[in-house]
Design a protein around this ligand. Structure first.
Ligand code: ADP
Length: 162
């Protein structure tokens, strides 16, 4: 059986924490679809197309042909069905992630009981990386090379400068 997993998120922008989850998830399934959310409550710094493009650039470096990047809008359960996937991957950092993630899992399970969520714990090295903080540090002119690739760091600086 060909197993496809979906890793949804805003990825605004993609960080080393996301990349770590992508690598680990890609090793567990035949196909991994990174699903970039369009309609998020958070207002994004980068447009959806920019976020997709940045993820593609980062994923290309992994040289792993079973990873694809797609946009999605609407309900995750519908997107998963369309892709014939029953597996959602989410990363868990601190306890603070847990409540939100658990609620999302609950809502998705009600909408589609067949959809399973698999949580991968953040690696120790990436525990404190969050897109939100990376953007904040970049805005304040701080060093972000420990959190995002040089390519993403440059795009962040350009975006903030404009
Ligand atoms: P969302 O807006 O859906 O929370 P994010 O882009 O913030 O999207 O995160 C997507 C997923 O990646 C979430 O499951 C989040 O917990 C996980 N994630 C984000 N940063 C890290 C990290 N440093 N280590 C592990 N998982 C992470």
């Amino acid at each position: 059986m060909n197993r496809t997993a979906i890793y949804p998120g805003s990825f605004d922008p993609i960080t080393f924490g996301h990349i770590d989850i992508i690598k680990r998830a890609a090793g567990l399934f035949d196909n991994l679809i990174i699903a970039v959310a369009q309609n998020n409550q958070k207002s994004a710094l980068f447009s959806e197309d920019e976020r997709v493009e940045m993820i593609r650039e980062e994923v290309q470096k992994l040289d792993n042909s079973n990873i694809t990047v797609e946009k999605f809008s609407g309900l995750l359960v519908n997107f998963a069905k369309e892709k014939q996937s029953k597996i959602v991957i989410r990363g868990l950092r601190a306890v603070s992630d847990f409540e939100y993630e658990f609620q999302m899992f609950g809502a998705n399970s009600k909408l589609d009981p067949e959809l399973q969520t698999i949580f991968l714990p953040a690696s120790e090295k990436h525990h404190f990386i969050a897109s939100k903080f990376v953007k904040e540090i970049a805005r304040l002119g701080g060093e972000i090379s420990a959190f995002v690739s040089p390519n993403i760091a440059q795009k962040l600086r350009d975006k903030i400068a404009n």
